[in-house]
Design a protein around this ligand. Sequence first.
Ligand SMILES: [Zn+2]
Length: 470
Amino acid sequence: MTEDRTTATGDRCDTLVLGAHVVTMDDERRVFRDGGIAVRDGRVVDVGQSADLAARWTSDDVVAGERFVVTPGLINTHVHITGEPLTRGFVPDDTPFLENVFEWLTPIHTHYTEEDEHISAQLAALEMLKSGTTAFLEAGTVRFIDPVVDGLSEIGIRARVGPWAWDLVGDYEALRMTTAEAIGAMTYAMDTYGSAADGRVQAWPIVIGHTTCSDELWQTAKRMSDERGTGMSAHMSPAAMDPEGFLATFGQRPMVHLDEIGVLDRNVLLTHAVHVDDAEIAVLARTGTSIAHCPTTALKVSYGVTQIGKFPEMVAAGVNVAIGTDGNNASNYHDLMRATYLVAGLFKDARRDATMFPAEDAFAMATRNGARALQAEDELGSIEVGKQADLVLHDTNRPEWRPLHNVANQLVWSADGRGVHTVFVGGRRVVEDYRCTTIDEDDLLRRAQAAGEGIVARSGLPDRAKWPSF
Ligand SMILES: [Zn+2]
């Protein structure tokens, strides 16, 4: 390739990956064992055989890909980036669900300061980026959306965020809000952050869900998401208390009621959906509602996901099921590859059926299904021409990656986020050689420790660690 030809045909790109094992996750699920990817202006402009790309493109930034399996960035569809990351693991793991939520988690949430939430959001984003997640949908910024957006913009992850919104909870003075206040918070966020950080960060209406929201709040959030072309999200039915609450109030189960008031739709994502019946699954399928399956929370907080959960039936009915990692005292990590492993395995055992959630399908849930849940299936979720260059380079110079025979099995059953070497978001390297390029990691971790200790001290909650500590 000559410089003249390059100039004449304009085939210079910003980054050119050659010689890599490229897992496209495109419609045909093509894999190029000696593949290449060309990136220009933040997007994929070519993908295919390495030799073909080497002939078509030139770049000042050529990545020798022989060491790497390249996948699309993973998409985490439910993460608490505030309220939990700085107190990760503080809550004992033998705490029953109601005590966990109402005596530990929510009281702790009220003690985060603006600076704490900035640190918390960056810590969660750092963990996600370094384990291959390039985009996420948060569960609701607990108190201070501005420093959260600042922190996410700086670190360079792709995010859908929104302020905590509920209107039926009278406890917790710092978090209590009227319907008007909840709508006001959502309106402020969407007016201010309709598109921040070159479009990487976008505000959505995010209501807390469960039985904490009035019909008016649910319907307003839905109307806002329709008017502004975003999605909306909420928690629903991790445990029996949500269906029991809806039945007591409305005489209907949650999905049936939300459908009746016009909330469920293709731009809606509900998190958990463990306690759903067949009629509710039919509603989810008919309306195109997406579900964020959070397997680690279900295990740790004892939701009964494998005994009561109907995720195989949801998938069979055509419901778009994606994956989330939830909060750091209910699911203490944000490595979506670990969560994907659980998604693949739980129902094989529960139903004693090895055909449940094959690795290829589980990995699609972590990528393509997540993109659809984020209302971004044309932009994210696969390595295809025209899509955002959100790429993960998995390092195969590691014991868990060798030998490499079947890349889908390797991604889901053998590897995890530890092997993520380099990450691009919109063509920008945000992780390189296992280090985040956009912030000072060591400084962030130091500040996270200090801030976490401060929150615990202010909360007045007891230290229940069981090992004697000197
Ligand atoms: Zn949650």
